[in-house]
Design a protein around this ligand. Structure first.
Ligand code: ZN
Length: 470
């Protein structure tokens, strides 16, 4: 059956353009990744198959992937560490054996940091189906980063080639950035098999399909439908606590103390956001304590919580990262050019969570802190440079560092959404966000879509364009 489908895909990809001219763009179609990888000490290598339809309205003869792991290489200019710090240890990815519909395909690695893989294909008409496959070998640096061996855990984000999102007939190449989350992806289905030494416990995006121990190695298989991304985290020392929360399997990985704190926070965040915005987009949510330079990181059905976040910061991070399951994973946006959308919505969702779960004081404190951070950024900019750039929809490369990014992508949109709430009323604001979520689930929004769902265009434009005085 598998071979038969592959043959069909091969034939259909070679059919001339007119054969497809009557086809409509399939709505609700999601590409599929099949990844089979083996983790050994400082490396993860394997094969990746990507089944897709030409998403553009013109024929294409190549497909591009982001090689995020090359941001960790020695030569990279756009690195995953803050400005002023250096990577002490390096990683990177190598690609080989590219195939298009089963036949060897030409490929090249381009981009400033070797961050783009281009695989030549036969001409694929609009909406035409095709399949490419490749082998990858990714070196994992010793680092507290999205891809990194932290000593205690192994963070496996950024480890495989990720298809570039196509928009207006162009593939969008994502350049890495020391600030923010340098991603813009559509949703895909994932079938991921990973083999790890048996002493490791794996926390992963998606739901487990099977696990089989074969001597010194254990093979885990996961399935994730309509994932925005896919990541894992491994450790020899994880303890796992699981429970069902309204049909969602919630897993917490870390140590016993972390589980005791994170499980109730994650449980009530899942419950609250489901009732406020709509159904959680996946079947499983895994919350993982790991070494991580930033507070946390969201992936579809998985989040990293930094082991340096303790007490109040830890709870806030758990709630914020779970809010991203709705804003980023469920409803996506261009995190490179409009980071304020998912960060701002995750911040406002966290504010709502505390305000409506018996902790109005904490909600107030979050807002006061955001207002203070924004004003400090604004005042310092005025004093030092005579101006502060308060435009919200600008690329990550325009931010001088985390200080500016936090003020513009987290604090200012939180102020904006709470002011919106004051104007329209909290319940109406929540209803409009819920409609925004349901209408765009597994799709992507930009500023225009956000404004058209929420109303009050002049109000939102004055914030986004940097005109409002706070
Ligand atoms: Zn965030």
């Amino acid at each position: 059956m598998k071979k038969f489908i592959a043959a069909l895909l091969f034939i259909s990809a070679l059919l001339p353009v007119f054969a497809f001219s009557g086809c409509k763009k399939s709505s609700g179609y999601f590409p599929k990744y099949t990844i089979n990888a083996v983790y050994t000490e400082n490396k993860i290598e394997g094969t990746l198959e990507y089944e897709f339809k030409n998403p553009s309205d013109k024929p294409i003869d190549a497909i591009k992937f982001n090689l995020y792991a090359n941001a960790y290489s020695e030569k990279a200019k756009n690195r995953p560490v803050p400005y002023g710090s250096e990577l002490k240890n390096f990683g990177g990815t190598e690609i080989s054996d590219c195939l298009f519909c089963g036949s060897p395909a030409e490929f090249s690695v381009t981009g400033e940091d070797g961050n783009v893989l281009e695989i030549k294909t036969a001409e694929i008409p609009p909406n035409g189906s095709a399949k490419v496959s490749l082998s990858f070998s990714t070196v994992i640096p010793a680092a507290d980063l999205r891809l990194g061996d932290t000593g205690e855990t192994v963070n496996l984000g950024d480890f495989f080639p990720v298809a570039c999102k196509a928009e207006n007939g162009e593939f969008i190449e994502c350049e890495y950035s020391p600030v923010g989350d340098p991603y813009y992806s559509g949703c895909s289905d994932y079938d991921v098999t990973i083999t790890v030494p048996s002493e490791y416990v794996a926390a992963s995006s998606g739901s487990p399909v099977s696990s089989e121990t074969k001597g010194a190695a254990t093979v885990y298989r996961y399935s994730l439908k309509k994932g925005r991304d896919f990541a894992l985290c491994l450790s020899k020392n994880f303890t796992v606590k699981s429970e069902q929360v309204g049909g969602i399997t919630l897993n917490v990985y870390g140590d016993a103390e972390f589980s005791e704190r994170a499980l109730p926070a994650a449980r009530s965040a899942l419950r609250y956001f489901s009732s406020a915005f709509g159904k959680f987009p996946y079947e499983t949510m895994s919350v993982v304590k790991t070494g991580f330079l930033q507070g946390g990181m969201e992936y579809s059905g998985l989040c990293f919580i930094s082991d340096s976040a303790d007490g109040e910061k830890e709870e806030l991070t758990v709630v914020h990262e779970i809010a991203h399951e709705w804003w980023h994973c469920g409803v996506g946006n261009d995190q490179i050019n409009e980071a304020y959308i998912d960060e701002g919505l995750a911040e406002y969702s966290s504010y709502l969570y505390f305000a409506e779960n018996g902790n109005a004081e904490k909600a107030e404190e979050i807002l006061n802190r955001a207002t203070a951070a924004y004003k400090a950024y604004f005042d310092v900019g005025k004093i030092l440079r005579g101006e502060a750039n308060t435009v919200m929809n600008r690329p990550l490369s325009s931010f001088s560092g985390d200080y500016e990014y936090v003020a513009i992508a987290y604090a200012k949109p939180l102020i904006m959404f709470t002011e919106y709430e004051k104007t329209i009323g909290r319940n109406k604001a929540k209803r409009r966000l819920s409609a925004l979520y349901k209408d765009n689930l597994y799709g992507e929004i930009n500023s225009d879509a956000l404004i058209s769902a929420l109303g009050y265009p002049e109000f939102f434009r004055s914030y986004i364009d940097g005109k409002v005085i706070i």
